[in-house]
Design a protein around this ligand. Sequence first.
Ligand code: SF4
Length: 281
Amino acid sequence: MREIDSSEVTALVSRLYQEANFALPPDVIAALKSALAREESPLGREVLETLLENAAIATSDRVPLCQDTGLAVVIARIGQEACFRGGSFAEAVDAGVALAQEQGYLRASVVSSPCFDRNNTGNNAPAILHTEIVDGDEVSISVLPKGAGSENMSRLAMLKPADGISGLIDFVVETVELAGANPCPPIFLGVGVGGTMDRAALLSKVALLRPAGTPNADKRLAELENDILARVNALGIGPGGFGGTVTCLGVALEEFPCHIASLPVAVNIQCNSARRATGSL
Ligand code: SF4
């Protein structure tokens, strides 16, 4: 059994959360540059140029890419031969989020009771933590700062199997159309299909970890991703919602077996500030 001190988890989460907030991943920068090359709307191109300039300034000056530094979504793959000493894994993750908020001067965006007092927790914790037990003794941690503008526009539907692929595509396209400019386009789409209601939602989030421009390894699902991308871009919402050819920079779809009578579909929208960072222990 490999022992890992929980302070290492805290340090890694803090580093990743700050890194994600100060620098867009290279694949996201490449997707924005590619969009700039093919966007037909002059205003759309101006928005894309501004986003690229903003990303360069954020990285060089170590300032947040966006004022909404996000809710800390943390997805951890924990090797079953690893164990943690000096505190629980979940507490160590929350401590890392709080440390990042303090060291990086990030915005505290979490309220304790959504139903009633809505008091700010003051340190951006707790994280939304998802864990998966995997083989080996390594621990991989991915951090996605998730802004509310795009998260709020996400949707889930329990479709009927008879709705089929066309019903699935229609639901995703309708979700983007209803969202309009709210999720700060150009967007990325994480789509989760199958499982149960909760599994579909998690799949849609995990899908957002896939680097832009990387199709699903399954050829049929890759074609489905392309079909969705074409339909969404035909909406003409464009960068910033000012109209244009590039509304969406990429679609990542993940599926899981489901009940014979079910077709759960979750759409998690990610804004242009598609922040994520991954590290391992
Ligand atoms: S949706 Fe994204 S880009 Fe827009 S305000 Fe929120 S975090 Fe920032």
